[in-house]
Design a protein around this ligand. Structure first.
Ligand SMILES: [Zn+2]
Ligand SMILES: [Zn+2]
Length: 357
């Protein structure tokens, strides 16, 4: 196998939208083109299924998170099939394969000295009697002052931060102001990778890439260690050795690339370690601009720390039109029109193939 190619995983709290389609069709074309010129390639992707947005949506629909992600999975697979996107495997991060790899990476990171625990203050709602991680709390962005931003990141300026950094925070369930409560959390020593990440970014990006300096600046400003645990109740994988702590969704989401590779390999009598530990294939990630931080910093640092192979190339897409993506009518129109065109094109392509071969 020459290439292992992935698209950013689709989050299970909504439908496939225009942005996904643009990225998935691009990735599919890239994979098919590679296969046509003899570079044997596989295209893998999965649903990203954990975290507070899933919990909140499931609670609002009065169903379990498992029911919600199952429904989303069926819907995503059906939509992507209509566009003739040719996956080797389309899987889910809420799978046994993903749990196994997430635990293995955690053990490796721990053994290599990159995991530590620290007592921190966390937003807690006295009225709801629960911790308020990530999306359970909203407030003003500490970086750009945009109102009504979630506790994990700002949709306006893309900054990532902790819920306690929000200005004028409030609980999204009851609207009350949360208090700060002490809790022991697990951290990944991201700061230990500053120099290695700088070398890596310089190697895989070109000076022409606009985001190169952006990333280097981030590192120069000083990388903060990354909190990878969340207190119960949380929808995700329980952290080994704890009773009530779960992996933060952004820890096990990219591991979904490896979990999906394992699923593909198990089904095809191959070994996933050939791809992710022994580096026998080139790894390509197609991603959107909004997740650069995670894919160029967190993800490679986790892989380096656990002794895994690094991705060779990260292909970044642009937002084609952010507002258009969010408009249901345009998404519906685009999906339906493009779906018909794909169907017609595919028929013509098959005719051409008959003609030439
Ligand atoms: Zn902001
Ligand atoms: Zn509350």
């Amino acid at each position: 196998m020459k290439n292992l190619i992935t698209s950013a995983l689709i989050y299970a709290n909504g439908e496939v939208h225009l942005g996904h389609l643009v990225e998935y069709i691009q990735t599919d074309i890239f994979t098919r083109a590679n296969n046509l010129i003899g570079n044997k390639s596989i295209y893998l992707s999965a649903d990203d299924t954990h975290g507070t947005p899933i919990q909140i949506k499931a609670e609002s629909l009065k169903i379990t998170p498992e029911e919600l992600i199952k429904k989303a999975y069926n819907d995503h697979v059906e939509t992507l099939k209509k566009f003739n996107i040719n996956f080797a495997t389309y899987h889910s991060t809420n799978s046994e394969e993903n749990r196994e790899i997430a635990y293995m990476i955690y053990e490796n990171l721990k053994n290599n000295g990159y995991i530590y625990t620290k007592e921190v203050e966390i937003t807690y709602c006295e009225h709801c009697k629960r911790f308020l991680p990530d999306r359970y709390v909203k407030g003003i962005c500490p970086r750009c002052n945009a109102p009504d931003q979630y506790g994990d990141n700002c949709e306006h300026c893309n900054a990532t931060y902790e819920p306690i950094d929000l200005i004028e925070p409030y609980c999204i369930i009851c609207g009350n102001k949360p208090i700060l409560k002490k809790s022991e959390q697990i951290f990944f020593k991201l700061s230990a990778f500053s120099d290695k990440l700088k070398d890596y970014i310089q190697k895989i990006t070109s000076p022409k890439d606009s985001y190169r300096n952006y990333l280097i600046n981030w590192i120069n400003e000083g990388l903060k260690d990354w909190e990878i645990s969340r207190d119960a109740p949380y929808f995700g994988f329980l952290i080994p050795g704890t009773k009530d702590k779960y992996f933060y969704v952004w820890y096990d989401a990219p591991i979904g690339y490896i979990g999906t590779t394992k699923k593909y390999c198990d089904d095809n009598n191959l070994n996933w370690k050939d791809f992710w530990i022994d580096g026998k294939a080139d790894i390509y990630h197609f991603i959107g601009k909004d997740i650069i931080y995670h894919h160029f910093l967190f993800w490679p640092a986790i892989l380096m720390g656990a002794g895994f192979s690094l991705q060779k190339k990260i292909k970044r897409n642009f937002y084609y039109c952010k507002r258009l993506f969010k408009n249901k009518y345009w998404t519906w129109l685009f999906k339906n029109l493009l779906c018909k065109l794909t169907f017609i094109f595919n028929k013509w392509f098959q005719l051409f193939r008959l003609w030439f071969y």
